[in-house]
Design a protein around this ligand. Structure first.
Ligand SMILES: Nc1ncnc2c1ncn2[C@@H]1O[C@H](COP(=O)(O)OP(=O)(O)OP(=O)(O)O)[C@@H](O)[C@H]1O
Ligand code: SF4
Ligand SMILES: [Mg+2]
Length: 333
């Protein structure tokens, strides 16, 4: 499979305010701490983990919507030798924005209320010089995208507030799709919707992916949703990637104790589901990301933790073909 993005040693540190006047005293919140990951063309890579573990930060940093503190993010969609997005100026990044889109959770605040749906959809293609204003081909293009996203022509002259949440999310998707992107970060893009509407939007994303040969980074705290769409899944904990595996393998044989705990917290009808693992996460003792524990970041909550775990940081290593885990004692496969 061809790589579309190759991320190496990506760090995103946010400075914490109120730490004295000396630069050396400034503390940092390590929202993303040394993440390396390849995303392949045509795949849906799911990203899961508890609130605050750094998923949205990662999605924004790889698109350079937030500057990357360290590391590289190489994009192969334009040039087979790759372009390191982290080295580009905003002006150099601008044309690449056409390829790299994001869909947010909240379709209410992410659409300009003063623009009609038609104007919202035309904006990207005009900005990226795909068409000139008033060009009949632009109108045709917008109508095609409208139809692809399950919207109707009469909707183009209306305003976002005249639509339901599900329809607004279709408009957000259509807006991203109108520039014919290659890669889309979907950040909790169905979380705000009713369950019945969620599945319609997920099916739409799946259809569009196949039709347009898109690649997704699909971020969600909802494991069932991620399982449904993703080819591979990455699990984050305190700013680090702790496990990466093909979806079926991750669900059948999690290698990292944290992943096992996350999976056991998914609501199930099975009476014998593992309650001791569930308690690991319900304990609520998530460490402060500004002051992460030494050694393995999961050690204060891990039922298997030993001395080595408290001292030595585990690296993300391949435990089986295509299955990576950052744990000194991965669970038996
Ligand atoms: N602009 C910012 N300035 C300072 N800290 C930030 C900023 N954005 C995020 N953070 C912090 O970085 C950490 C990761 O946040 P992020 O939003 O990436 O998490 P998340 O996994 O997307 O969480 P959620 O599931 O709640 O959306 C959190 O501790 C958060 O408070
Ligand atoms: S390294 Fe140790 S503490 Fe960390 S997840 Fe593995 S067993 Fe648990
Ligand atoms: Mg988030």
């Amino acid at each position: 499979m061809k790589k579309l993005l190759s991320v190496r040693h990506l760090k995103k540190y946010f400075p914490l305010s109120g730490n004295g006047i000396f630069r050396s005293n400034v503390r940092f919140l390590r929202a993303n701490d040394d993440i390396s990951l390849d995303i392949y063309a045509g795949e849906t890579f799911g990203l899961v983990g508890e609130s605050g573990c750094g998923k949205s930060t990662f999605g924004r940093v790889i698109l350079q919507l937030l500057p990357q503190t360290a590391g590289s993010t190489v994009y192969y969609g334009r040039d087979e030798n790759g372009i390191d997005l982290s080295k580009l100026s905003p002006a150099e990044m601008r044309p690449l924005r056409q390829d790299l889109q994001i869909i947010f959770q909240d379709p209410y605040s992410s659409l300009n209320p003063r623009m009609t749906v038609g104007q919202i959809l035309e904006e990207g293609p005009l900005t990226h010089g795909m068409y000139r204003r008033g060009d009949p081909a632009l109108r045709e293009h917008i109508l095609r995208v409208t139809e692809e996203c399950g919207l109707q022509e009469f909707m183009l002259s209306r305003y976002p507030h005249q639509f339901s949440g599900g329809q607004r999310q279709r408009i957000s998707i259509a807006r991203s799709l109108a520039v014919r992107p290659k890669f889309i970060v979907c950040d909790e893009c169905v979380s705000a919707l009713d369950v019945s509407i969620q599945s319609q939007i997920l099916n739409l994303l799946q259809d569009l992916k196949e039709r347009e040969r898109l690649t997704y980074l699909f971020i969600s705290h909802n494991l069932s949703v991620v399982r449904y769409l993703s080819d591979r899944i990455g699990v984050m904990y305190l700013g680090k990637m702790v496990e990466v595996a093909p979806t079926d393998l991750l669900f059948a044989h999690p290698a990292h104790p944290y992943t096992a705990a996350l999976l056991s917290a998914v609501p199930t009808t099975e009476p014998e589901s593992d309650t001791s693992r569930k308690e690991i996460l319900s304990g609520g003792n998530l460490p402060d990301p500004a002051d992460p524990p030494d050694g393995c970041p999961f050690h204060p909550r891990c039922p298997q933790a030993c001395d080595r775990c408290r001292r030595e940081k585990p690296l993300l290593l391949e435990t089986a073909s295509g299955h990576f885990a950052a744990c000194h004692f991965p669970l038996p496969q």
